[in-house]
Write a protein that binds this ligand. Structure first.
Ligand code: NAD
Length: 304
């Protein structure tokens, strides 16, 4: 199923790194993003620019997308100028987190247009995208999974979630609910300790040797909170979107989510105070404000 050019639409924080990996792996990559600066950067790395989504879909057989929101994915995949009407497009691989509703709609309309739709949200952040170590949560036909595995392996480890459209998205939303909960509760626990007179770096070290260890204590907090850099590379707005999508889906399925609802509120507060573009790790800042302390540590800078 390998075409002459591989398409890549959406060259943001994640997309730029994933497209660059495809280029480095020797693929001929045709790119598009509404942000021309993002396109120029990738062109300099060896990709070829297209002027629109439709041009990508008129040149490439396999098209990846890494886009911010469900509405943008819907427009790019099946909108009036979308991939669905492309003359060469055969496979659409959506790496974005969009929720199962859009994945199902995109799958249905692309299938009607003879295009294979692969739901493929990813986890692993910027480091995973840069190093080809993402987890790819794939839902599509088993035969297409087998066919595409070698290509997907350039980006990370493809894991087959199921053949139902949207299955990968449900998996990804469950994962991100956990990750956001870990971040929020770590912020709460850390601010509690700092207010009680503890050093936050010592706290993180002890969490990491103890039962409180989680992805926030191991990585996000030492790297981006204790240092005060707030540069993990995932935005508050996108994290809020993911938790909202998850809770909406849970509600539709009749699954109560009291813990997730609290985390959604914390993300809403963070977004309203620090903006949708603020780094996800800014989630600690409202807690710091309420308690009148800051969880920063010189020790963490030395140990990084
Ligand atoms: P981002 O906002 O940095 O990038 C999105 C890109 O899409 C931007 O370059 C934007 O210009 C482009 N874009 C917007 N509308 C477009 C359109 N109509 N046509 C073409 N390009 C368009 O977002 P990101 O952090 O790279 O995340 C992308 C997706 O991956 C999101 O769905 C996010 O939830 C998911 N994700 C992000 C991370 C992370 O750590 N950042 C990790 C896993 C998954």
């Amino acid at each position: 199923m390998s075409g002459k050019e591989i398409g890549f639409i959406g060259l943001g924080k994640m997309g730029a790194l994933m497209a660059a990996r495809l280029v480095s792996a020797g693929q001929s990559v045709v790119i598009f993003d509404t942000n021309s600066a993002a396109v120029s950067k990738l062109e300099a790395a060896g990709a070829r620019a297209a002027a629109s989504t439709r041009e990508v879909a008129n040149r490439a057989e396999i098209i990846f997308a890494s886009l911010p929101t469900p509405d943008v994915v819907r427009a790019v995949a099946i909108g009036p100028e979308g991939v669905a009407g492309g003359s060469t497009a055969k496979v659409f691989i959506d790496l974005s987190t969009t929720g199962p509703k859009v994945a199902v709609q995109v799958h249905r309309e692309l299938t009607e247009n003879g295009i294979v739709s692969v739901d493929c949200p990813v986890s692993g952040g910027l480091a995973g995208a840069r190093d080809g170590k993402l987890t790819l949560m794939v839902s599509c036909d088993v035969a297409h999974f087998d066919e595409l595995s070698e290509l997907l392996s350039i980006l990370g480890r493809p894991v087959f979630v199921g053949s139902n459209p949207g299955a990968g998205q449900i998996m990804k939303l469950a994962n991100n609910l956990l990750a956001s909960c870990a971040l929020a509760i770590t912020a709460e626990a850390l601010v509690f300790g700092v207010k009680g007179g503890l050093d936050p770096a010592v706290m993180c070290d002890i969490f990491n040797m103890s039962s409180g260890r989680n992805t926030a204590t191991l990585d996000k907090f030492p790297r981006s909170v204790l240092t005060g850099t707030f540069d993990f590379g995932f935005s508050t707005g996108l994290a809020y979107k993911d938790v909202r999508l998850c809770l909406d889906e849970a509600e539709a399925l009749g699954v109560p989510t009291p813990v997730g609802s609290a985390v959604r509120s914390v993300l809403a507060i963070t977004q309203s105070q620090y903006g949708a573009d603020s780094d996800w790790t800014s989630i600690i800042r409202p807690f710091e404000q309420w308690a009148g302390v800051e969880a920063r540590s010189k020790k963490s800078e030395q140990s990084l």
